[in-house]
Each structure stands twice: as structure tokens, then as C-alpha cells.
Design a protein around this ligand. Structure first.
Ligand code: C5J
Length: 219
């Protein structure tokens, strides 16, 4: 076990039980013309983390540790997209609509793909998820159990929606969690800081917060 510098407690990293989970680093959230941009989001807040996430993934790969990717996406017939999700907000393009990169957040469409720079390599698990949390309506829990994973390192977007929702789900399921603040991005910096503050409150109610430098040094 290695103690990783983190707040509000050092994270007790177990090399034989840890996985990196990279949440939703998809073209639809990062590129002009995608879903994020259609919601009026500043996508530069997403793209700025790409170099750090790339370095983090490389660190896990070179240490021989598992990397899991998630993609927020829906079936082409939208049968897994409840109106409570589709109808929220006032985007210029809704999930399932045709955009410049294909149908928004639909499995298999070009815009739904993970960014080329961060693309999964052979053997890495990719979880397609219809919800904000990666445990909801996916096989993630079973996969982690089969692999003996007990600790999750979080990176990706957005800090305050899909990253934090998945981290809360993981914490409820008994996983030890650490969020890497420089490898997560939000559409709004205030929301990013608030999400991080919430993780750290009450002595680390959902886990710990660290930097990618500290984590990569530890693995
Ligand atoms: C959102 C996400 N914000 N990946 N998705 O709808 O955070």
C-alpha cells in the first residue's frame, strides 16, 4: 500500500485493487457543434484537461493498471432516454437530434466517440451509460467485482454531474474513491470547485481529492 498525498486524508492506494475511471471524455462534450456547446457551455473548460488526462492514462497503462472509460450515450430508438432527461434545459440540440457530428449522444455516432487523444486501447473496458452515474443500467459493478477492484481513481467530465454522480454511486457501493482535481472539468468553474468541496466535506464524505502528479508518482 502507498499513501498518496490527498485531501482531507492521504489516499491508501492498493496497486492490486485500483482502477482509473475516465468519465465521458467524448467529442459531444468537448468539441464545437456537440451537445455541451449546444447547451451554451464553455467547452474550453473541458478541453484544457486533455493533456493531464492523457498523461494520467499513460501512467496507468505503463504501470499495467486497469483503465476504464465511460461514454454517455443512448440507443438509436431513444428507448433508454426518459423525457425527464431529454426535455431538461434549453439546448439548441437535444439528445437524439441530428447535429454536425451525427445524432447527439447516440451510440455509434461520430460525436459520441471518445476524443481521439484519449481513445481506449485494445483490452480496455468501455462502459456505455444512459445515466449520469456509470453504475446505473450498466455492467460496471459486475465488471469491477470480477476484476477484484476496490478503489477507483476519477477523471473526466463533468466534475459536478457525471463524475460526482458516479463517485457517489461508487462510495455507496463500498469503493474507496479519489478524484483528481486537475483531471476533471466542469462547464462552470464555480461548480467544479463546489463539487470538489462537497467530496472533501465531513472528513471526505465521498472520498479524497488529489492531483494527477501525486497519483502518478504513487503508481
Ligand atoms: C452531462 C456529463 N453533464 N458527462 N454529462 O450531461 O457530465
Amino acid at each position: 500500500m502507498t499513501d498518496i498525498k490527498a485531501q482531507p486524508f492521504p489516499f491508501p492506494l492498493q496497486r492490486d485493487a485500483v482502477a482509473l475511471i475516465v468519465i465521458d471524455m467524448q467529442r459531444d462534450f468537448a468539441e464545437p457543434g456537440g451537445f455541451g456547446a449546444s447547451l451554451g457551455n464553455d467547452v474550453s473548460r473541458i478541453t484544457r484537461i486533455i493533456p493531464d488526462v492523457k498523461r494520467l492514462i499513460a501512467g496507468f497503462r505503463s504501470a499495467g493498471l486497469p483503465v476504464i472509460h465511460t461514454m454517455e450515450c443512448h440507443r438509436p430508438d431513444l428507448s433508454d432516454l426518459p423525457p425527464a432527461k431529454r426535455d431538461r434545459g434549453n439546448p439548441s440540440l437535444r439528445i437524439g437530434d441530428k447535429g454536425p457530428m451525427g445524432r447527439i449522444l447516440i451510440a455509434g455516432e461520430p460525436g459520441t466517440a471518445i476524443l481521439l487523444e484519449l481513445a481506449p486501447i485494445d483490452g480496455e473496458i468501455v462502459i456505455e451509460k444512459p445515466g449520469k452515474g456509470a453504475f446505473y443500467a450498466t455492467g460496471l459493478g459486475d465488471i469491477l467485482k470480477r476484476k477484484g477492484i476496490k478503489q477507483l481513481v476519477f477523471a473526466g467530465v463533468t466534475t459536478e454531474v457525471c463524475v460526482q454522480t458516479t463517485m457517489r454511486e461508487a462510495n455507496d457501493r463500498g469503493y474507496e474513491c479519489v478524484l483528481l482535481e486537475d483531471c476533471c472539468g466542469a462547464t462552470d468553474h464555480g461548480n467544479h470547485l463546489a463539487a470538489i468541496k462537497m467530496v472533501k466535506m465531513q472528513g471526505g464524505v465521498f472520498g479524497a481529492v488529489a492531483t494527477s502528479d501525486a497519483l502518478v508518482a504513487g503508481i
